[in-house]
Design a protein around this ligand. Sequence first.
Ligand SMILES: Cc1cc2nc3c(=O)[nH]c(=O)nc-3n(C[C@H](O)[C@H](O)[C@H](O)COP(=O)(O)O)c2cc1C
Length: 218
Amino acid sequence: MRFDFETMLASERYGLLLATVLPRPIAWVTTCDRDGLVNAAPFSFFNVFGSDPATVGVGIGSKGPAEPKDTRANIRETEQFVVNLVPFSLAQEMRVTSIAFPRGVEEPAEAGLSLAASERVAVPRIAQAPVSMECSFMQEIALGSFGLVLGKIVMVHVSDEAVIDAGRQHVDASKLDLIGRMEGAWYTKTRDRFEMPPIALNDWNDARSARHIAAEST
Ligand SMILES: Cc1cc2nc3c(=O)[nH]c(=O)nc-3n(C[C@H](O)[C@H](O)[C@H](O)COP(=O)(O)O)c2cc1C
């Protein structure tokens, strides 16, 4: 089946992207408005894009024409945000924070979440989150009704129990127990995994030579 993105409606393209780009990590973004009210919302148009500068990108839509979602409006106002990551144990709380509350409603309180002060930004992080990344705003790239917000990560918090070796940046992913977004209302857990080390070019070439020699001698 082919899907011609040149002739499809934007809503149809959106549907197919959400149904096929799987799983997607979830940025659980906390922001503050001008009055210091704390907003939280999940976004799965999210990833990291570099480490020097350490860069996160979040695709944030609009509530209506020329009315960005509260998260995007807050980031424009304060130029700071925190990306918290979502463990399975907080899935329901994350879901509550995705409700389309009016601007000014504090989703962390609605969801019964505790907040902890950040160190480099004024926006608090979600205390129960196993990973929180404090970010300063870099730029916003307009993508129709969406905005791709890029931020520089200036501080990362990882729950102590998940850190295996801080000096070598080894973290026990099973302790983070993060969830990802699947299609529709489905989510996935991240504990079902397999190991596959990369193949060095020399090893690949040696193995290929060995296969040739074996083929020629038969
Ligand atoms: C798991 C999940 C992922 C989501 N991803 C996005 C996304 O990438 N971009 C977006 O604009 N909205 C996304 N949403 C919807 C927002 O979370 C929702 O519109 C929220 O109310 C926005 O809150 P705000 O207006 O306080 O920023 C997602 C919702 C869920 C539950």
